[in-house]
Design a binder for this molecule. Structure first.
Ligand SMILES: Cc1cc2nc3c(=O)[nH]c(=O)nc-3n(C[C@H](O)[C@H](O)[C@H](O)COP(=O)(O)O)c2cc1C
Length: 375
């Protein structure tokens, strides 16, 4: 039923399997489950049985850090049907079960906080009486989104300063909800072309106020959110995800000459806060194919770094990256199809190939029916 791909090189005995401290947590190894949207949460409520089983399977190795799929702090943050939410009691009750089963495995969980912005669906938002938010008015990421917005008469809306403050409050409320429900922390999603990335990128941010125009202004929204969440739950419970050189979601990536400066500034600001006693748990980078571009992070940021992208089939790259003593490795797609990925990477066991058609489909197939490796 499932096909497999060779893995090959066991990473047992490398630094990947040495324990490490991340915030207040002591992980037993450095292989992290990257955030993976599965869109199986109608009304924003995770399926009680499937979701607990899914996360329980993937946290089976004690001491693993799980970063959850992107979760939406409030309806206005979304526009993506079946993404889990963080505002209703029934949504939080379902999350509570998930956290409980991860902890029962002696593993840990950070919830990814997601705001789609212009990557939300303007028609879905219009159906629910919600704005189609972004950094700037009518500056569509793609011609397809423009057509959709016009058809739905829900034109792209650049956030006002008051609305920015509403978002900040929404992020804080959701972070507190996560901690109260038992999560170990939250990851702020500033990557992959979603709302906070849209503010960072000069292609999608043409604002002329305090939130646009200069590198420091474009970073202001992300830093406001970091500071507000840190004030609410503490720096050691907060991570930030960035994708500096990725063009996913129509972002500029390596095409814009200010990308390196933009992210060096933002990460430098996070390091400055760290040196004043507010060190975040980690910075999580989505690596582009030529991953060397992200090496600058180590000269700016002195805390924990997670590197994600294409590592499952390239164990030699993983081995090289993890030689750095403050690096953890994130695995995405192959964690979907290999619930026991940690042991497979450890011993170089074959990997089950993932089925992309079931990444965001409905039902338990491709979600909780991938098997452990049979020795
Ligand atoms: C089905 C799917 C869903 C994803 N959902 C998210 C998400 O919710 N948040 C996020 O930051 N990245 C998301 N990603 C990106 C992954 O976290 C990861 O960066 C990417 O898959 C590259 O890692 P990999 O090569 O190990 O798969 C998703 C990727 C896939 C394939």
């Amino acid at each position: 039923m499932w096909s497999s791909v060779a893995n090959g090189r066991p990473l047992a005995g490398t630094q990947l399997f040495n324990p490490i401290e991340v915030g207040e947590l002591r992980l037993k190894h450095r292989l992290v489950m990257a955030p993976l949207t599965r869109l199986r949460a109608p009304g924003g409520v995770l399926h009680q049985d499937w979701a607990t089983q899914y996360y329980s399977q993937r946290s089976q190795r004690p001491g693993t850090l799980i970063i959850t799929e992107g979760a939406v702090p409030a309806p206005q943050f979304g526009g993506i049907d079946n993404a889990p939410g963080l505002w209703l009691p029934e949504q939080l009750a379902a999350w509570k079960q998930v956290f409980h089963c991860i902890h029962a495995n002696q593993s840990y969980v950070f919830v990814q906080l997601w705001s789609a912005g212009a990557q939300g669906d303007p028609a879905t938002l219009a159906r629910d009486g919600l704005r189609y938010d972004a950094a700037s008015d009518n500056l569509y990421l793609t011609p397809e989104l423009e057509v959709k917005a016009i058809k739905a008469r829900n034109y792209q809306h650049g956030l006002t300063v008051n609305e920015i403050e509403e978002y900040v409050r929404g992020f804080v409320r959701a972070s507190k909800n996560c901690i109260e429900a038992g999560a170990d922390g939250v990851e702020i999603h500033c990557a992959n072309g979603y709302l906070l990335n849209q503010f960072l990128d000069p292609f999608s941010n043409k604002r002329t106020d305090d939130y646009g125009g200069s590198i420091s202004n474009r970073a202001r929204f992300a830093l406001r959110i970091v500071d507000a969440i840190v004030g609410a739950i503490g720096a050691s419970k907060v991570g930030v995800r960035l994708s500096p050189f990725s063009s996913f979601g129509a972002m500029s990536g390596a095409r814009d000459p200010s990308t390196l400066a933009q992210y060096a500034y933002l990460i430098g600001e996070l390091e400055r806060r760290a040196q004043h006693g507010q060190r975040l748990a980690y910075i999580h980078l989505v690596d582009p194919h030529g991953r060397d571009a992200n090496e600058f992070v180590y000269s700016v940021w002195k805390g924990i770094v997670i590197r994600t992208g294409g590592l499952a089939t390239r164990p030699q790259v993983a081995e090289e990256l993890v030689k750095n003593d403050r690096t953890l490795l994130g695995y995405g797609r192959y964690f979907i199809s290999n619930p026991d990925l940690v042991v497979r990477v450890e011993y170089g066991l074959p990997l089950t190939q993932y089925d992309a058609d079931t990444f965001c489909s409905w039902g338990p197939h491709g979600y909780i029916d991938y098997p452990n490796y049979k020795m």
